[in-house]
Structures are given as structure tokens and as C-alpha cells.
Design a protein around this ligand. Structure first.
Ligand code: J2J
Length: 592
């Protein structure tokens, strides 16, 4: 296994292989198998290319960039250098040394159409399984021709487009490892991902904002050799087969620490998580799953992409979850399944009242990522005219969904039940002792798709995992007699802002860098739509800063917008625990 990762003990690996959970199959081979079984079925419907909406004029000609190449300047490096000096346009023409080797996309295999359904000028692309499979081979060869090798890390920060999907399957085929960033991340996060993983390439949307971001990241990092805005393609080449037991990708953990943690996932266990979700949700070839949340999260990747492809269904990608964007797509594409965070579900329920779009193809919506209140849960089925299922999960592994046969009284009050019979859960007290059945405690998880450690984090792993390999989720739960999990809160220092996870310590560190901040603590306050919002509690040094100033300060430090505090409370001191630590519990009570 990749250096810096914690393998499963052999006895567990053996058990998971023997039970058939771990197959001798890479993620690239999973797609190949589907293409062989039913090549002409629709696999993917998504905005084409690599821009959010309409391709900007000239975008085709400027689509491939190699930022730096180790050991010597290329034409495109000069481009970056020049641009960095002048601070003007950062794009360079394709056809650089590296780019010249990669063939350009021909577009022959696909049909495009103007986004009639959405009323924007988004160009949509449809790929069958055979087309997607062939494209992934071409992308793997194109990446290889650029000099990206098996084991190399590639930070992927793309919006929900066909480019996203073809890129990651190209990477899986090549055995290069995507590091999944989110479109909202900015230089602070991206620089860290690049440095920490030693990434040699960074893939961005072909948009000015991301060109500027890439320029900043290039200035701060040492390992990046390529910044790509176009997914390179070349004639398929014979490439060595990646080891299915080795790491295939890195997911970002919701996190509780000062710097984000990365979760290494292997081909075989991550593929299994998608297969197990497909089985739990009874997906089949008629499934049309819409992903409108950012695809780089574990949830849409497993429940959307992997489960749908495993079942031979159709994956539809939208650029965002707003009803304006998604309702016409549901109607136009006959979407049957989708996953939503509670805040978006509320928005959809309100918009559905207008009755402007036919949503009758929807069979079920799945709500998860943050706690769905029992009250809202009751309103979902009548408002959206389809079944409700809840889901919980984590980038580290364990996930649970309801089953089609679960009765409404269970679906309304619990968040799901683990997808694998081999998932192990313990609910424990502060001393790691099992609590009596039905009582609240911290959830510990172990199983065939729950990792045994974060990437290159031995010290943190010693706390985040028990000695016998259970992951400490930081979630407070209780189990129903049926085994369903009910989320009751958390012990981790994290804020769940409408499904976006914020590690309090990370934001506090940024706040503390401000000259007028002596002490900082970030806490969550209840919010009707998002579930929680963030509130920065600050003890000032000298004149107290105002929220807009602090927000601008954090933006200036390259912090993703969702992490910027929603509220600011200025205090003279912080309440302490008996041990003399800042009491977040007391602070939360003070500001709520
Ligand atoms: C309360 N809290 C929840 C829920 C996740 C499926 C679904 C979600 C994720 C995900 C995922 C919750 N109610 N229904 O990866 O495969 C909180 C918990 C958890 C954390 C993990 C999947 N569903 N949560 O949200 O890595 O606190 O994964 O530990 O983003 O989200 O966040 P993340």
C-alpha cells in the first residue's frame, strides 16, 4: 500500500476478500465491465467540457496548460512566468511541448445539445457506457503523454461536468491518484493539498476565477508541474494495471484539526462501498440519478457515481442544486433518484408548490449529510410526491441508508442502517465502554470500506482510531432495536453548515492571525435552513474587529467562503472547563 497509509490487517483483508466484498477489480475495470455488458446504454448526461456554463469565447484554443515542468522551462512555463510577472491573463495557448503530444478532443463520439432544459446556454453532453469507457482510455493515455505517471497525485477541482468524470476514470486507469478538492476551496486549502500530497498536477475549471487561483497556488507550491484546464486525450496506450488493493484516490475529511486530513481510499474497498450502496438502494439499469451537490464529496461520488455505474443506470450532473437548474433536468431526463442535504430539500419543497415542472419521474429522494429534523422529514413525501430515504456517511467510510422495505416510522426518525453486513459499529462512552442498548454515545466504526488511518498522520491516527482499528466518528448516536442509527449530536469540534463541514480549529487559526484578535473560538449556532451556522467568538486585542473586516481578512488568506464565520460575538473572556480549556459547550449556550 502507498507509503503513509495504514493497511487493513491481513486477517481482515483476507476475510473481506473471501466474502467477496473486495474484488480483484480496479475502478477502471469496473467501468470496463459495464461497457462490455451494455455499451449502448446512457451512462452520463452532464454539462460538457470544463466550464460552469457557456464556454467562454476562445476557450477551446486555450484549453491545455502545463504550468511548470521539472528541470526546465517549456513554452507554457514561460507563459506562466510571464503572466505571473505581469499579473495579467494567465491562459496560454495549447500546443506546448507537453500539450502537443496529447491529442485534442474530437467530439466525434458525442452528441451535444444546447441546454434547452435549463434555459441557459450550457452545452450538454451524453455519453453511453461504451463512449465513456473509450474516453477514459484516451484520457489515461493523454495524461500519460503529459508525463503523469502511476502513483502521481493530481488535485482535481472541477465542477459537475463530463470532464470531471472522464478525468477521474482516466486517472483510475492510469493509476494516478485524484485528490478531490471542492469548487469552493481557495488558495489556503488547495496549496495545502498540493504540498501535502506532493501533487504534480492541478485541474481547474477554465474560468478566470480559477486561473487566478491557480496562479496564486503556483506561486506558493513547489511540486506542481501542470495546471490543466482541458482534459488531455491521446490514442489509447497499453498501460500497466494498477493494484486493486492499492490507494486509488484521496477524499477530504470533514476534519476537526488545524489542517485538513486526507482519506486514502483503495480501488477495491471504495468500489465495494458504491456496490453496497447500489444494493441497499436497489439500483438497476433504469435508475437515473441526479447529482447536484459538488461531485467531489464522498456522498455524491459513492451514492451517485459509483452506485449508478455499478447498476448500469444513468448519472445526470447539474451545476448546482437550485430548483431552476434541477427541476427542468428532472423533467427532461426522467430523473428517478437524487441526494439532497436538508437545506436544499426545504428549498425544493417550497419550489415544488409552484407546480411548474413535472417531477413525477422521481421515485425517491435521499436526504443526508446533516441531520434532517423529524418535522421536515414528515413533509418531504407529500411535498415532492416521492419516497423519502435518509442517509448518513463519512469520507472515512461507514455509510448507512434506509432500505426500500423500511417502514415510515423508521424512515422518519432515523438516518439509515449500514450498507454492508460486515460493517461493525460500537456506541461508547467517554472511556470507550459500550453504552447500554438504545443509549446515546460516540459511534465507532470498522469494516470493509472504513479506512484504518488518514494519510501521513500517525500522531492524529493514534487518537482518531482505537487500537483495534475502529474509527472514532465524533458523532453522538443511538441505535434503534432494528439497528438503525439516530444522530443525536457530536463530540468533535466541527460545524456542519448545511452539509459543509468546518473544522473549528482551522478557522480559529486563521482568525488568530489577525492583529486585533487575542483569542478566537468558532462554534455552531442553530439555523432553520442550514441546520447550523458558524459564530466566531473573539476576545479582541486593542480595538475589536468587525465581521466584514474579519471576513475580508479570511478571504485574503485564501479561505473557502463556506468557512467564513456567519456571525461575530466580541467577548471579554471565554468560559473555561474545570480543566482550564475553553468550554465550547458554554460558549455555544451563550451565543444561542
Ligand atoms: C447527521 N449528520 C450527518 C446525517 C453525515 C453519505 C452521506 C453523507 C456523507 C457525509 C457521506 C449525516 N445526519 N444524515 O460521506 O457517504 C455528518 C456526521 C459525519 C459527517 C461526515 C456519505 N450524514 N453526517 O456527509 O465526510 O457528522 O460525509 O461524521 O462530508 O457528516 O461528513 P462527510
Amino acid at each position: 500500500m502507498l507509503d503513509g497509509c495504514v493497511p487493513w490487517p491481513e486477517e481482515f483483508a483476507e476475510r473481506y476478500r473471501a466474502a467477496g466484498y473486495w474484488k480483484d477489480e480496479t475502478l477502471g475495470e469496473m467501468l470496463r465491465a459495464r461497457a462490455r455488458e451494455h455499451g449502448d446504454r446512457p451512462a452520463l448526461v452532464a454539462p460538457r467540457g470544463n466550464t460552469r456554463r457557456t464556454a467562454r469565447p476562445g476557450a477551446q484554443a486555450s484549453d491545455l496548460e502545463a504550468g511548470r515542468e521539472a528541470g526546465g522551462a517549456t513554452g507554457s512555463e514561460a507563459g506562466w512566468e510571464t503572466e505571473r510577472q505581469t499579473g495579467t491573463e494567465t491562459r496560454t495557448e495549447a500546443g506546448t511541448k507537453a500539450g502537443g503530444e496529447a491529442e485534442r478532443e474530437t467530439g466525434e463520439q458525442t452528441r451535444t445539445e444546447t441546454g434547452r432544459q435549463t434555459g441557459t446556454e450550457t452545452a450538454w453532453e451524453r455519453l453511453t457506457y461504451a463512449e465513456l469507457d473509450a474516453r477514459a482510455d484516451r484520457v489515461a493515455a493523454g495524461l500519460h503523454a503529459l508525463g503523469i505517471a502511476p502513483g502521481d497525485r493530481v488535485v482535481v477541482q472541477l465542477t459537475n461536468t463530463t470532464a470531471f468524470v472522464t478525468l477521474i476514470f482516466g486517472l483510475f486507469r492510469l493509476g494516478a491518484l485524484p485528490v478531490f478538492a471542492l469548487p469552493a476551496h481557495r488558495s489556503s486549502e488547495i496549496t495545502y493539498f498540493c504540498e501535502f500530497t506532493g501533487a504534480i498536477a492541478y485541474v481547474i475549471p477554465d474560468e478566470d476565477e480559477y486561473h487566478r487561483l491557480a496562479e496564486e497556488v503556483l506561486r506558493k507550491t513547489t511540486t506542481l508541474e501542470h495546471v490543466l484546464t482541458k482534459i488531455p486525450e491521446a490514442e489509447p496506450a497499453d498501460l500497466p494495471r494498477p493494484d486493486p488493493a492499492d490507494v486509488a484516490l484521496f477524499l477530504l475529511s470533514g476534519g476537526t484539526t488545524g489542517v485538513p486530513k486526507l482519506v486514502p481510499r483503495t480501488h477495491q474497498e471504495w468500489a465495494y462501498s458504491g456496490r453496497a450502496v447500489a444494493e441497499a438502494c436497489a439500483y438497476d439499469g433504469d435508475t437515473v440519478h441526479l447529482v447536484s451537490l459538488p461531485l467531489g464529496h464522498n456522498w455524491p461520488l459513492t451514492h451517485g457515481l459509483l452506485a449508478t455505474f455499478h447498476a448500469g443506470g444513468t448519472l445526470v450532473l447539474a451545476d448546482g442544486p437550485s430548483p431552476d437548474e434541477t427541476f427542468p433536468l428532472i423533467e427532461g431526463e426522467g430523473v428517478t433518484e437524487t441526494g439532497l442535504v436538508p437545506g436544499v430539500a426545504l428549498l425544493w419543497m417550497e419550489a415544488a408548490e409552484w407546480g411548474e415542472h413535472d417531477l413525477s419521474s422521481l421515485r425517491r429522494v435521499t436526504i443526508g449529510g446533516s441531520k434532517l429534523s423529524d418535522e421536515l422529514a414528515k413533509r418531504v413525501e407529500p411535498a415532492l410526491g416521492c419516497r423519502l430515504q435518509q442517509a448518513f456517511g463519512m469520507a472515512e467510510g461507514l455509510c448507512g441508508f434506509h432500505r426500500p422495505e423500511d417502514p415510515p416510522e423508521v424512515v422518519l426518525v432515523s438516518q439509515g442502517i449500514p450498507v454492508s453486513p460486515a460493517d461493525e459499529m460500537r456506541v461508547v462512552d467517554e472511556d470507550d465502554r459500550d453504552v447500554p442498548p438504545g443509549e446515546v454515545g460516540q459511534l465507532l466504526a470498522r469494516g470493509p470500506y472504513t479506512v484504518r488511518g488518514y494519510y501521513r498522520s500517525p500522531a492524529h491516527n493514534a487518537q482518531a482510531f482505537t487500537r483495534d482499528g475502529f474509527y472514532r466518528t465524533g458523532d453522538l448516536v443511538r441505535l434503534l432495536p432494528t439497528g438503525h442509527v439516530v444522530f443525536e449530536g457530536r463530540v468533535k469540534d466541527q460545524i456542519n453548515r448545511g452539509g459543509d463541514k468546518i473544522a473549528a480549529e482551522e478557522v480559529e487559526n486563521h482568525l488568530l492571525a489577525h492583529p486585533n484578535v487575542r483569542q478566537a473560538a468558532l462554534v455552531g449556532v442553530p439555523d432553520e435552513v442550514l441546520g447550523e451556522r458558524s459564530c466566531a467568538c473573539v476576545v479582541p486585542r486593542g480595538e475589536a474587529p468587525a465581521l466584514p473586516e474579519l471576513a475580508a481578512f479570511l478571504r485574503g488568506r485564501g479561505v473557502a467562503a463556506f468557512k467564513i464565520p456567519d456571525r461575530l460575538e466580541i467577548m471579554t473572556d471565554f468560559p473555561l472547563t474545570p480543566l482550564g480549556k475553553v468550554s465550547k459547550k458554554a460558549l455555544t449556550a451563550m451565543v444561542t
